[in-house]
Design a protein around this ligand. Structure first.
Ligand SMILES: Cc1cc2nc3c(=O)[nH]c(=O)nc-3n(C[C@H](O)[C@H](O)[C@H](O)COP(=O)(O)OP(=O)(O)OC[C@H]3O[C@@H](n4cnc5c(N)ncnc54)[C@H](O)[C@@H]3O)c2cc1C
Length: 391
């Protein structure tokens, strides 16, 4: 006999996005169940770096979502326990030469109009912010709104604070539909969880959950590697990256792209991330990716050239071809909502996603226009099912 529970909403996925959806849905007065086939943060969240960046986003809907999230993460940091490791350390984007600096200036100008604080740092003042930076850079921009959390802890703490019923180690194998086609819950290996609303927060596997509900959502994996050094004294104070990282993030190319983002951590290791490539769910080690990251990090911080790398890890970003997440109700299946496809920014964008989702579930006024994130939108020319969608 299946166990039957009736929360107001079932959320599929205990990553940071599912956790934020659970948190804000519960705060809106809804009863919530979260189901995951693995542990909390066992998907891409456990493989992320925890950058909360506005600096890498051009003016537009994703930046609006990031700015809202920045405020929400700050509020959350006052209520979540210190293990969340919220650190408003700020970002520093550096330009190797004058043309790159000129491009950064234009980029920052657009961001400022959208509400971002971006301050130009002349070449001779870069060392004030980062004493170990390589000499000879043309200048940079300081972004004080960039911050950091520990992603797995953040997901776990948000879930605990939500009070949601957790069903871990249970794979969702079916989306249950009623006679009118509306969602009435999910089936797992162990039970049926009945609810009038189901949220697809399955990250990189969001396309498969959509398929279970009979709709198409072209989420693809975009692999990323991260290097972790031996513990060091705090030699890197901000999130530091070169201007070409911004182009890598915005690119839709399947080929290997790498531009190191370097940052110190409270524990001492320096994190160097991250590459981007679309190779399906290929888990093999790419020495080329690691070599490139290490070389780029050492170009930014020459002192890193002699440091030991302790380990490398990888994960699969949930990529939608137009680089915007899918957030909100799916008009093709009443009661089905999506909160997935955040690519390389899901940790940063999680709280705003949760707030938008909670507003959609309760009929409250959303804090920003949700239209650009409509799940059923045309996702662009690359919106065709491919082998990459196979797990
Ligand atoms: C190397 C790397 C570095 C990154 N760095 C950053 C960063 O600095 N800042 C940032 O904002 N983002 C970063 N990201 C991206 C970020 O990690 C993701 O956008 C984010 O973690 C997505 O969270 P999620 O909750 O949507 O997905 P996930 O964390 O993957 O959670 C989805 C969950 O759904 C579960 N699931 C799937 N299918 C089923 C099913 N059928 N039944 C039950 N459960 C199911 C999975 O087990 C999983 O736990 C990085 C990613 C990578 C790979």
């Amino acid at each position: 006999m299946p166990n039957r529970h009736s929360p107001d909403v079932v959320i599929i996925g205990a990553g940071v996005v599912g956790a934020a959806c659970a948190y804000y849905a519960a705060r809106s007065g809804l009863t919530v169940a979260v189901v995951d086939r693995g542990p909390v943060a066992g998907g891409t969240t456990g493989a992320g770096e925890g950058n909360l960046l506005v600096s890498d986003k051009e003016a537009g809907p994703e930046l609006d979502l990031a700015l809202l999230s920045t405020r929400l993460w700050r509020d959350l940091s006052a209520t979540l326990p210190p293990e969340t490791e919220y650190e408003p350390k700020g970002g520093l984007v550096v330009a190797p030469d004058e043309p790159a600096l000129k491009a950064l200036r234009a980029f920052a100008e657009g961001q400022r109009a959208a509400g971002v604080t971006a301050t130009e740092v002349p070449a001779d003042r870069l060392a004030d912010l980062e004493p170990h930076l390589a000499p000879g850079l043309a200048g940079g921009f300081h972004y004080p709104q960039d911050a950091q959390v520990q992603p797995a802890q953040a997901a776990a703490r948000l879930l605990a604070a939500s009070g949601a019923a957790l069903h871990l180690g249970e794979e969702v194998t079916a989306i249950l539909r009623g006679p009118t086609g509306a969602v009435r819950g999910v089936r797992t290996g162990r039970r049926e969880l009945l609810a009038p609303a189901v949220v697809n927060a399955a990250g990189t596997w969001g396309g498969e959950i959509a398929r279970l509900a009979g709709v198409h959502l072209p989420v693809l994996p975009r692999r990323g590697f991260v290097l972790v050094t031996e513990p060091l004294p705090r030699i890197v104070r901000h999130k530091v990256y070169a201007a070409d990282y911004i182009a890598d993030v915005a690119s839709g190319s399947a080929a290997l792209q790498s531009s190191a983002v370097v940052e110190g951590t409270p524990g001492g290791p320096v994190l160097i991330g991250a590459t981007r490539e679309r190779v399906g769910f290929d888990r093999s080690l790419s020495t080329e990716a690691l070599r490139r990251l290490a070389a780029q990090a050492a170009r930014l911080f020459p002192v890193l050239a002699d440091v030991q790398v302790l380990r490398a890890y990888h994960g699969f970003r949930p990529y939608l071809p137009d680089h915007l997440p899918a957030i909100g109700p799916d008009p093709r299946v009443p009661g089905l909502h999506h909160a997935c496809g955040h690519e390389g920014a899901g940790i940063g964008l999680a709280p705003a996603t949760g707030v938008l989702l909670a507003a959609a579930l309760t009929g409250a006024e959303p804090p920003l226009d949700p239209a650009p994130f409509r799940p059923e939108r045309d996702h662009g020319p690359a919106d065709v099912p491919t082998q990459e969608q196979q797990s």
